[in-house]
Design a protein around this ligand. Structure first.
Ligand code: PHE
Ligand code: ZN
Length: 849
């Protein structure tokens, strides 16, 4: 049990550990309820260290024996670890502990999933395996011996030797304990190999449970593409003889970059055309790349402490986004990322959970694996690259790898390589790492005697985390269009550094139309009172694909807000603009599919709240329904033709081209379903030979209040496949009407297959409920109560997943007094649970504000 008063850890208190670890030897005697872990660790006093207290982290361990230089010692044990008197010179520490993998439901440390042993050590899970200085700045080589009667037994690094009932592994690269991994079970490998740029042969294995062999090919393809890309684009070669990936069903996150032994949530790696959608395939490709790229950005160069998490995560997300843009379509990737940023990071940055990209304090580090650290962290790197240019970025990265290989670094180290390469002072830029909150950028324009002036004002709303925000460096990509739609000024990066700053353009023959923040060149909220006519103009003419999409989104937001707040009718400019886009066969189908999607309902609620209105989730939902219906009618003559152009006669491939066509066909089908009552969707369902078509048809039917027979058939067909059944749970909740969402979710939690201890299944139902905006926020509070019931139930079992899902309540202040009261009551009820975990306590306290 954790102690009652949670401790806050501060960045400013960082002190290095007083010892270095020269090498670590571990021996595991595996047994489900009583695994023995023997450690032999060589410690040496660190030069110049003044703190010589010997403290090792350890949690939920039973100490059997401890010795120093072969002599038994009696350390002082606490709930968090042990202290011990140690010699003044280098010494060998030995310990034997007993742990209980079978009883470990938190999925952190060594645990069991379907009879298979596996580990999760980031951030602070290694201390649940043995006593150790469990902090990322302590790096060492590891040798691991596993004794057990399982057919496959894996750890980090290269295989040394194995025999009947044992296997030994050695990882020659010094690493922090959070990258340790062990897997043992009845697994089969999908194997391949890769020849690196210097001609070294690497064995590649994707380990899965028997029966899942048919779902490995895509993950393996993605791995090989990632390895090649990192060589070609970043000059990074792989550094071990083998690269292993393991799929596990019970996992809190997407995947983990353990050195040479990545462990993946099975949903993030297993796919076949019959069981996975195009979106699943794309996500798998991105996550494989992400984890692989960590080998250099995270593993070879790691973080000094957990405050520096964005050092590895922001950079690795940025790298995986570049990879996806290269493999697929750059604008489509950029637009998708901005949709995600606005849906997940903006609410965080502008609510009670706001924290800087590099936080300065925390109680539970697991609560800081956030959209801010990851996605805003990646945006910050994108801005840096934009400001210094591609060539300097490449040079800075080379210097980063050369200078810091094998080290545990800080954001200061990272920024210094850019300063050294470019001679720039990045002092002001660094505010992106220390200031929370999304800056708002107001724009005023002026046209006089052939001179065009844009004046920008930036403000970041003060918050508890950031009471006195200072101006940030904002790269504003700008282009200018002439009245006939021609581009009169190509994209240029304006560098804004002041609170208010004007930029002047001369030599123009007519007043231009500005295209501001092209490519979403900075993670800010652009505040511009532009007219419907100007938006329609940009939607028709902008040469920047991002801003063209953005113009469509601006039209949609404007009409939806007017419909929800003032009962206005759908705006003809939006309908005409969308019809033109839909018909334009020169546009990438994937791009057109993104254009057709409406802004998120939660995002609309946020905008209304920021504009001083009290958002009504039901009115927003109704506006969206009405607008979709109007668009379906407006486009009815065109829809069948577009549907035809999306036909694919080749065998299924989850590549950009085919999945783009299927995405557009899916968007069109959802409109057609509003006109034909579901006839086409039912027929697509009946003939679907891949999961993308099956899911899009079933979604349309459920949305139309139909599909009972298909829902039952889907279950019967896929009962044996967990990942597909997750979709079955999720779709029913996501597509439910506002009135029925909570009841639908509740009924599904009573289904025999609702294995709530499995995070994927839990999220499939409760996560989907929070994603159904009007359903979750139903005025009677049933959605809030159901989520709280289940968070209370899950917390003692799996605090990490519970805490993450508390974030669904973070937007409570936006809504009316009735809803606020209902949410507050649930927050109080959760907070009052005896023995509530540190993770959930911290989240609830912050959300309550
Ligand atoms: N480091 C992992 C990633 O970004 C995420 C993760 C964090 C996984 C903590 C498990 C636990 O890829
Ligand atoms: Zn990562």
């Amino acid at each position: 049990m954790k102690d009652a008063a949670p401790k806050t850890i501060y960045l400013k208190d960082y002190t290095p550990f007083g010892f270095t670890v020269e090498e670590v030897h571990l021996t595991f005697d595996l047994a489900p309820g009583a695994t023995r872990v023997k450690s032999r660790i060589r410690f040496a006093p660190r030069d110049g260290a003044d703190d010589r207290r010997f403290f090792l982290h350890g949690e939920d361990l039973t100490l059997i024996r401890a010795a120093i230089d072969g002599k038994e010692v009696q350390p002082t044990l606490t709930a968090e670890g042990l202290t011990c008197d140690v010699p003044d010179a280098a010494f060998t520490w030995e310990a034997e502990v007993e742990i209980d993998p079978a009883g470990n439901t938190a999925l952190e440390g060594l645990y069991m999933s379907n009879g298979m042993y596996c580990t999760q050590c980031e951030a602070e899970g290694f201390r649940k395996i043995t006593y150790y200085p469990d902090r990322p700045d302590v790096m060492s080589t590891f040798t691991v011996r596993i004794n057990g009667d399982l057919p496959v037994m894996l750890s980090n690094g290269n295989p040394v030797e194995q025999g009947e009932g044992w296997a030994e592994w050695h990882d020659p690269w010094p690493k922090p304990a959070y990258l340790f991994a062990l897997v043992a079970g009845d697994l089969v490998a999908h194997s391949d190999s890769f020849t690196t740029c210097s001609g070294k042969e690497v064995d590649l294995n994707l380990w899965v449970r028997p029966g899942d062999e048919g779902k490995c090919a895509w993950g393996m393809e993605a791995l090989k593409k990632s390895m090649r890309w990192d060589e070609e684009v970043y000059g990074r070669e792989y550094d071990l003889e083998v690269f292993n990936i393991v799929a596990v069903d019970d996992f809190n996150m997407g995947a983990m970059e353990n050195k040479g032994l990545n462990i993946f949530n099975s949903s993030a790696v297993l796919a076949s055309p019959e069981t996975a959608t195009d979106a699943n395939f794309e996500r798998i490709e991105a996550i494989i790349a992400h984890e692989y790229f960590h080998n250099w950005t995270g593993n070879r160069i790691t973080c000094r402490d957990w405050f520096q998490l964005c050092l590895k995560e922001g950079l690795t997300v940025f790298r995986d986004a570049q990879f996806t843009a290269d493999m697929r379509s750059e604008p489509v990737k950029r637009i998708s990322d901005v949709i995600d940023l606005r849906a997940r990071q903006f609410p965080e940055d502008n609510g009670p959970l706001a924290h800087p990209v590099r936080p300065e304090s925390f109680q539970e580090i697991n609560n800081f694996y956030t959209a801010t650290v990851y996605e805003k962290g990646a945006e910050v790197i994108g801005m840096l690259k934009r400001l210094v240019g591609d060539a300097a970025y490449a040079e800075a990265l080379d210097l980063y790898f050369a200078r810091h290989d094998g080290e545990a670094c800080t954001i200061e180290d990272w920024l210094r390589v850019f300063e050294d390469v470019t001679g720039r002072d990045l002092g002001q830029f660094k505010r992106w790492y220390s200031q929370a909150g999304t800056p708002r950028l107001k724009v005023e324009e002026d046209w006089q005697d052939g001179t065009y002036t844009l004046t920008f004002t930036q403000t970041t709303p003060p918050s508890a985390a950031n009471p006195e925000p200072q101006p940030q460096v904002i790269p504003i990509n700008l282009g200018l269009l002439g009245p006939n739609g021609d581009e009169v000024k190509e994209t240029e990066t304006l560098e804004m550094t002041e609170a208010r700053q004007a930029f002047t353009f001369t030599g123009l023959s007519a007043k231009p139309v500005p295209s501001i923040l092209r490519g979403f060149s900075a993670p800010v909220i652009l505040d511009r009172d532009s007219s419907t006519a100007e938006r329609a103009f940009l939607l028709a003419h902008d040469t920047d694909p991002f801003n063209r999409w953005e113009a469509g989104g601006a039209l949609a937001r404007a009409t939806l807000n007017a419909m929800a707040l003032e009962d206005a009718a759908p705006d003809a400019a939006y309908l005409d603009g969308m019809l033109a886009v839909l018909r334009d066969d020169t546009l990438d189908p994937a791009y057109r599919a993104l254009m057709l999607a409406l802004p998120g309902q939660s995002e609309l609620a946020a905008m209304q709240a920021e504009a001083g209105h009290t958002p009504d989730p039901m009115a927003i939902w109704t506006a969206c329904e009405t607008l979709r219906q109007a668009l379906a009618q407006h486009a009815q003559d065109t829809l069948p033709r577009i549907w035809e152009t999306c036909r694919i006669d080749a065998p299924y491939r989850p590549d950009a081209e085919q999945s783009g066509k299927r995405a557009l066909a899916g968007a069109v089908l959802s409109l057609i379903t509003r006109l034909d009552g579901g006839a086409l969707a039912a027929s697509q369902y009946g003939s679907a030979d891949n999961m993308t078509l099956q899911v899009s048809a079933l979604s349309c039917l459920l949305k139309a209040g139909k599909g009972q027979a298909e829902t039952a058939a889907f279950y019967a067909q896929w009962q044996h496949d967990r990942l597909v059944i997750d979709k079955w749970f999720m779709l029913q909740v996501l597509q439910a009407t506002p009135e029925t969402a909570a009841a639908t979710a509740k009924a599904l939690t009573e289904h025999a297959d609702f294995n709530w201890k499995n995070p994927n299944r839990f999220r499939a139902v409760l996560g989907a409920l929070t994603g159904n905006h009007a359903g979750f926020h139903a005025a009677d509070g049933a959605g809030y109560a159901l989520l709280a019931d289940w968070l209370i139930r899950l917390d003692p079992v799996n605090p990490q997943t519970t805490a993450r899902m508390c974030a669904a309540f973070q937007t409570w202040r936006r809504y009316d007094a009735g809803r606020q009261g209902l949410i507050r009551a649930q927050l109080d009820r959760i907070a009052a649970q005896p023995g509530l975990s540190r993770d959930t306590t911290e989240m609830i306290t912050r959300i309550q504000g």
